[in-house]
Design a protein around this ligand. Structure first.
Ligand code: SAM
Length: 234
């Protein structure tokens, strides 16, 4: 129903609105001959970006048939091996285990209905020493609203679980967690945290955009828009 909103948005090299991009952060490093898996691959634009980095295989998984169809079209001129699966990320639809050098997820993990099942799957897909990188809306950003220039908590930071994200103007149920919950879940599943990014990076384009949008510059100047975590399978 909301698949069209995702076409080519929030895709690498961007990690999220007003977040520093991969061109600035270089979290992925050298990808020569790497096998990659994109969780919540959407329209395939992140995979397309990765196809230009000497990678060996590109795989993706997404819940939406519309998104998988879009990704097939976006990736049609990309000759690299790999497969796209239409499946919820909480289930393994037949992905190989102990196989991938990198698993990543750009603005999709918060849609997972079961963070623990999703992380357990990701851990299994990765080779030992493999990297997991994800970005999602920062938990402070989603709980605070800019009301006439005053930043106001709409919801307690301590409150976790499903919520209907108001920026969508239609039902859009996502999961909200504290930063410690993400970090502890990763640790419990056997990951080592390598880097956490909460910086903002405001472009000329952002400055020209509507100041009243959800991702407003005023709000971003006080709160991180995006949480990015890089971790490693021990
Ligand atoms: C913001 S888009 C991601 C954009 C994408 N990562 C990219 O790089 O272009 C979020 C995606 O998550 C997918 N999604 C939502 N819930 C999911 C779930 N439980 N399992 C798998 N994919 C899911 C949606 O269909 C959507 O394509």
């Amino acid at each position: 129903m909301v698949a069209d909103r995702f076409f080519g948005r929030t895709a690498l090299p961007e990690y999220g609105p007003m977040a520093p991009s991969e061109e600035e952060l270089h979290l992925f490093g050298d990808l020569t001959n790497a096998k990659l898996l994109d969780i919540g691959c959407g329209s395939g634009h992140s995979l397309q970006y990765m196809s230009q980095r000497n990678t060996a295989e590109l795989w993706g998984i997404d819940l939406s048939s519309k998104q998988i169809d879009a990704a097939k079209t976006v990736l049609k001129d990309c000759p690299l091996p790999g497969r796209l699966f239409e499946s919820p990320m909480e289930h393994n639809p037949g992905l190989p285990t102990d196989y991938f050098d990198i698993v990543y997820s750009i603005y999709a993990l918060g849609w997972s209905t079961d963070l623990n099942k999703t992380l357990a799957n990701i851990y299994k897909y990765l080779k030992q020493g493999g990297t997991f990188i994800f970005s999602w809306e920062h938990p402070l950003f989603s709980r605070v609203k800019n009301i006439d220039g005053v930043l106001t908590f709409q919801q307690s930071y301590h409150e976790e679980g499903p919520y209907d994200h108001e920026a969508w103007h239609q039902p859009a149920i996502m999961q909200q967690f504290r930063i410690s919950t993400y970090i502890n879940a990763l640790i419990n599943h056997g990951f080592m945290i390598e880097k956490i990014v909460e910086d903002i990076s405001i472009s000329e384009e952002d400055i020209k955009r509507d100041a009243n949008r959800w991702y407003s510059i005023d709000k971003a100047k006080s709160l991180p828009t995006t949480l990015i975590i890089k971790s490693k399978k021990l």
